[in-house]
Write a protein that binds this ligand. Structure first.
Ligand code: MCN
Length: 787
């Protein structure tokens, strides 16, 4: 059998159907008698709803129009966040209710106010235009700092000053002491720009409520079991009465891993009308209703000794949560972000405060990277600034502060313990492959051609494998983050693997099959990976936080161990040997020290014939396992890029990009390479192009791809990605660490580092994300940076 197992760069088995247009996405699901749902959305960022009048809508093709009042009558519960953060003084976060259909007021443009249900999508759209909503417009606030001012409009009575929480972590006393005695200090004010996710497939929900017994939901989501749970709680239905199918999903990027109002609305309407109901977001609707990402304003200070050793870090972040707390919206800028503030560095004292603030904007939540790019950006900007202050090379100041491999396991002063990693080696290798030494020469020749050239780099550590449930619970998580896997070896030796994770572009059908190929010795063509169906997959948490391999893969590995164990007992029985003498490898059970053995296929056949196995054994070769990680899997790496700036236009061109990443044991290097490249594309997007902008009244100005600039193929430099497998994760059975977010974490910091390096000779020391041509041009020409 060709090597297809762990480590083999096999092509993705799932791509065939996608390349031939045979994927089955939610919009492809058409049920007999289905109705269509179009949502009437608020044009105001903040308003009281005075009256909703749907009399003009009456026509045969329109079935009904529902409002928040109807949902209230039916006792539909609020959209509860699944992570609750406490303030530094122990106070629980302010948790104002969020209703799937607005009740009494709207707090962001695009908030759903009424659901129009009609026999066709066109009829529903036309009718939605005829629903009359009388609003009393209220003043709005979109900037988080402005929202905390005394005269700012108040969004929720339950959140005075629009503050949701004032999270604090670390040892402020130790930090204060270190700063008092430090000879050097750098301080920066940083903006981490708000981003809008843009998967190829818009969000979509189809609900079949035709029968009383079972509500089937088809949903473009990353987290099938989680959505089943939240919808069941809101509709007060047993979870077993809901089947949630997340079929092929065209990208998720974190923002499809959250519970949205439309899931509740469509499920509730379908049950109420006893008909299938379909809602497919238009692209404009995505801009007005999908969660957004990042949006931090941070003041950060780093204290250093005379040699450039970091002594203490203080971070004060104001995080814009939007109008409501999304599923994990409160955790991202607090629990998750703060855990990364040691980064790859030995900083003895760290303290952070992070204030979550309500504004009249869409809710923010996880978006590829989710708190980690923000932390990396703070640290790397400070490191560059410190190097500049102390006249040290940027690589040298990092070398002096990196946590050495022999310090592992390393307990950071902010809480987490890194189990392994060789950060100095990774950085050294990066600088080699990117030819950092040769940069000065390349810069000179660029200067001769009238160009400004910069080399930048960033080191990162990532809490992949989200999440150790005990750690998460201690910081306010209301759910566990385990993963579950079931393996069924069929009587012919073919294998089905059922996992609670979800594949929306990451290649799970291939990599999970590769794990089983290694563990069970089966060809990957004989492994079927099943995800995304709560009636087939018993339990699960879903895919987010680069967890599928580290957590789901570990559950699968454990289940495989149980299969092997049972297979040994069956083979021992048939070969008249002791189970203790059986070995397993390459798909064959053997009696140690003899040439007697049986293949997995033979054992599987026997497992379903009771006469072939001991009487006290249960029939079949199938088993399940769950895995809850004891810690995060600490992926890490260093990324570099070289960029050139056009003085005339301010355009930044990234000429080359390099990454050296430690994602532990690599299951499929080709897939990991693709994941890194995809992440880098999104990181470059954040650094150079993407910017979600609201005007002061809360209207989304970047509400289409004409205004919100995604990176295009031509913006992508060649990406050289190298993987270092020398530091496998020590606490999961695969040794694997996640890779899905790596590129989006390192890239923004690396790009800004390069651009500032290019601009420093002109006296420019600061620029805020994103580095659009206009911003760079303004900085170059000494004008005030634009909004
Ligand atoms: N892998 C591997 N060896 C490793 C680590 C991972 O071969 N050491 C493989 C895995 O088996 C899997 C892929 O790489 O096929 C990504 O694995 P992992 O890092 O565990 O991440 P997840 O599968 O949990 O995916 C989530 C992650 C996140 S959080 C976002 S956001 C994201 C991403 O992955 N969204 C994506 N990558 C994406 N890729 C696509 N195409 N579309 C998205 O929406």
């Amino acid at each position: 059998m060709a090597h297809e197992g762990i480590g083999a760069p096999v092509r993705r088995v799932e791509d065939d159907k996608f390349l031939r247009g045979l994927g089955q996405f939610v919009a492809d699901i058409t049920l007999p008698g289905e109705l269509h749902c179009v949502l009437v959305r608020s044009p105001h960022a903040h308003a009281k709803i005075l009256r909703i009048d749907s009399t003009a809508v009456a026509r045969p093709s329109v079935v009904d129009v529902f409002t928040g009042a109807d949902m209230a009558t039916d006792g539909i519960g609020p959209m509860a966040p699944l992570w609750a953060i406490k303030s530094g003084d122990g106070k629980p976060m302010a948790e104002p209710p969020r209703w799937a259909l607005a009740r009494g007021a709207v707090r962001h443009v695009g908030e759903a106010v009424a659901a129009v249900i009609a026999e066709s999508a066109t009829a529903a759209r036309e009718a939605a235009d005829l629903v009359q909503v009388d609003y009393e417009a209220l003043p709005a606030v979109v900037d988080a700092t402005a929202a905390m001012r005394g005269d700012a409009p108040l969004l929720h009575q339950a959140a005075p000053g629009n503050v949701c929480f004032r999270f604090a972590r670390g040892d402020e006393g130790a930090v204060r002491k270190a700063f008092a005695g430090a000879p050097h200090m750098v301080r920066l004010d940083l903006v981490n720009n708000r981003l809008i996710g843009a998967a190829i497939e818009p969000r979509a929900v189809v609900a079949d409520g035709s029968t009383a017994e079972k509500l089937t939901l088809y949903c473009a989501t990353q987290v099938p079991h989680l959505i089943r749970r939240t919808v069941s709680e809101q509709l007060n239905l047993p979870q077993s009465a809901i089947r949630l199918i997340a079929p092929d999903v065209g990208g998720g990027f974190g923002y499809k891993g959250k519970h949205y109002p439309e899931e509740t609305i469509v499920a509730w309407v379908a049950r109420r009308l006893r008909r299938p109901v379909k809602w497919i977001a238009t692209r404009s609707e995505c801009f007005a209703s999908d969660n957004q990402g990042r949006d931090h304003q941070t003041h950060a200070e780093l204290a250093l000794d005379a040699e450039g050793h970091f002594l203490a870090l203080r971070v004060d972040t104001i995080a814009n949560l939007g109008a409501y707390i999304s599923t994990f919206g409160a955790a991202i800028p607090s629990a998750i972000y703060s855990a990364l503030l040691a980064g790859v560095y030995r900083t003895p004292a760290i303290a952070i405060t992070s204030t979550g603030v309500f504004t009249n904007t869409l809710p923010t939540d996880a978006y590829r990277g989710a708190g980690r790019p923000e932390a990396c950006y703070v640290l790397e900007r400070l490191a560059d600034e410190a190097a500049h202050l102390l006249k040290l090379d940027r690589a040298e100041i990092r070398r002096r502060n990196l946590i050495p491999a022999d310090a592992m396991p390393y307990k950071t002063p902010i809480g987490p313990v890194y189990d392994c990693g060789d950060f100095p080696k990774i950085l050294a290798r990066l600088l080699d492959i990117a030819d950092y030494r040769g940069f000065a020469k390349r810069r000179q020749s660029a200067e001769r051609a009238g160009k400004l050239r910069g080399f930048g780099f960033a080191c990162y550590v990532e809490s992949s494998g989200v999440a150790p449930s005990r750690f998460a619970a201690a910081l306010g998580a209301r759910i566990g983050f385990f993963e579950a896997a079931t393996i069924r070896v069929q009587p012919d030796g073919s294998v089905q693997a059922l996992l609670g994770t979800h594949n929306h572009g990451q290649g799970h059908a291939t990599t999970f099959a590769q794990i089983l190929s290694s563990r069970l010795g089966v060809p990957i063509a004989r492994v079927e990976v099943i995800e995304g169906d709560t009636d087939r997959v018993p339990f699960g948490s879903g895919t987010f936080g680069s967890r599928s391999i580290a957590v789901g893969g570990s559950a699968l590995d454990r289940a495989a161990a149980k299969i092997i164990d049972k297979g040994k007992r069956i083979a021992a029985h048939l070969l008249e040997a002791s189970a203790a003498d059986m070995t397993f490898g390459g798909g064959v059970f053997s009696v140690a020290g003899t040439d007697r053995g049986m293949t997995l296929r033979e054992v599987a056949r026997a497992a379903y014939v009771p006469a072939s196995f001991p009487a006290d054994m249960e029939l079949g070769l199938h088993d399940s396992a769950v895995y809850d990680p004891p810690s995060f899997a600490w992926s890490n790496g260093a990324h570099a890029c070289e960029a050139e700036i056009d003085r005339e236009t301010g355009e930044v061109r990234v000429l080359g990009y390099w990454g050296v990443d430690d994602v532990g044991t690599v299951i499929n290097p080709m897939i990991v390479d693709g994941q890194i490249q995809g992440g880098v594309a999104q990181g470059l997007g954040q650094a150079l192009r993407e910017h979600c902008v609201y005007d002061d009244s809360g209207q989304l100005l970047s509400g289409s791809f004409m205004d919100y600039a995604l990176p295009r193929a031509a913006d992508m430099p060649p990406v050289v990605s190298e993987l270092d497998e020398s530091q496998p994760c020590t606490h999961n059975p695969l040794g694997a660490k996640g890779c899905g977010e790596a590129g989006s974490i390192g890239a923004p910091a690396a790009v800004v580092s390069a651009v500032l390096e290019a601009l420093r000779p002109l006296g420019v020391t600061d620029i805020q994300l994103p580095l659009t041509p206009e911003r760079v041009w303004r900085v170059l020409h000494g004008a005030k940076p634009g909004a």
